[in-house]
Design a protein around this ligand. Structure first.
Ligand code: IPM
Ligand code: MN
Length: 346
């Protein structure tokens, strides 16, 4: 077996701290498997922008493309104007590498207490579209700063883009025991995009007749995510609704410190990227306080994406075992990483 060529973008704030632990667990999971990991670190984020004014150059992108996968920590810093790194680096990576499936699983692990009194069994995955919607930057403003300012952010939804993510979501639903797909949108208001999504789901459903389809407007979906999260199996939705829903999903399943994600290019024309859902958390950065668990779970998704299923399960089981015994113990970032690695090593 060939070694994994891994591009590492630790990024800003707690990104470097959690990535260090993610790599430790990754290396531990692979030890003895015959597959190694070769990392290339990319200096991207606030430091680089301050030093050079660059966010992500074509040279960076070309170099990243030669890797099998990307592990990303977090992007964003209060010293950089809002949007510069988000658009110029994180979203640029997702768009340029065609990460049209932004996969965000939510599972309430035994031992984890969330804010819900009676959550029941929570185990669903959000398939968030990753390359379109209001994120594309199709907008503009006129008469800025005047009482007559007009500011537009146009949501772009293409038949091609919607169909490919919907088909991926159906395939994921078909592979799960409950085989249920919920489309979340707002077609009573966003009639153009909403109807495209609805028609697409109906059409692709014909290819997956054993998948049950359900529809919720996004506002109602937020209610059910709190009152009855067990009703969800696979959710498919657009880029912005998916962004919002997955923060709520993280909140009900133990918080953002546990939420993993994968930005997947299912056609494998470019490397997929694995990152915790959380941000750079400048308020706690550099203090060893960040929970690396979300990054470690993202590493499990990375392993699974590369076909290393046994190693992926070992990492997920290590996290499950740690969470089962975690209680309210406070450990540093490095301690959690070390404990998880020890469990993976068995
Ligand atoms: C996320 C983040 C990003 C997003 C930001 C930082 C651009 O919130 O990964 O969910 O909106 O996608
Ligand atoms: Mn988000």
């Amino acid at each position: 077996a060939r070694d994994i060529q891994l591009a590492v973008v630790a990024g800003d704030g707690i990104g470097t701290e959690v990535v260090e632990q993610g790599l430790l667990v990754l290396e531990t999971a692979l030890s003895g498997s015959g597959v190694g990991v070769v990392t290339t670190e990319f200096d991207l984020g606030a430091r680089r922008w301050h030093a050079t004014g660059e966010t992500l150059t074509d040279t960076d992108l070309d170099a990243i493309r030669t890797h099998d996968a990307i592990l990303l920590g977090a992007i964003g810093d209060p010293t950089v104007p809002s949007g510069v790194l988000e658009r110029g680096l994180l979203l640029k990576l997702r768009f340029a590498l065609d990460h049209y499936v932004n996969l965000r699983p939510s599972k309430l692990f035994p031992g984890v207490t969330g804010p819900l009194a009676n959550p029941g069994e929570v185990d669903f995955v959000v398939v968030r579209e990753g390359t379109e919607g209001p994120y594309v930057g199709n907008g503009g403003a006129i008469r800025v700063g005047t009482p007559h300012e007009v500011a537009n952010e146009v949501s772009v939804n293409t038949a091609f883009g919607v169909e490919r993510v919907v088909r991926d979501a159906f395939a994921r639903a078909a592979a799960r025991p409950r085989k249920k797909l919920t489309l979340v949108h707002k077609h009573n208001v966003l009639v153009h995009a909403g109807h495209l999504w609805r028609r697409t789901v109906d059409a692709v459903n014909a290819e997956f007749p054993d998948v049950t389809v359900d529809y919720l407007h996004v506002d109602a979906a937020t209610i059910f995510m709190v009152t009855n999260p067990s009703r969800f199996d696979v959710i498919v939705t657009d880029n912005l609704f998916g962004d919002i829903l997955t923060d709520l999903a993280a909140a009900i399943t133990g918080g953002i410190g546990l939420a993993a994600s994968a930005n997947i290019n299912p056609d494998r024309t470019a490397p997929s990227m694995f990152e915790p859902v959380h941000g750079s958390a400048p308020d706690i950065a550099g203090r060893g306080k960040a929970d690396p668990t979300a990054t470690v779970l993202s590493v499990a998704m990375l392993l699974e994406h590369l076909g290393l299923n046994a190693q992926a399960s070992a990492v997920e089981s290590a996290v499950a075992a740690d969470l089962a015994e975690r209680g309210s113990r406070v450990r540093s970032t490095a301690e959690v990483g070390k404990d998880l690695a020890a469990r993976v090593a068995g």
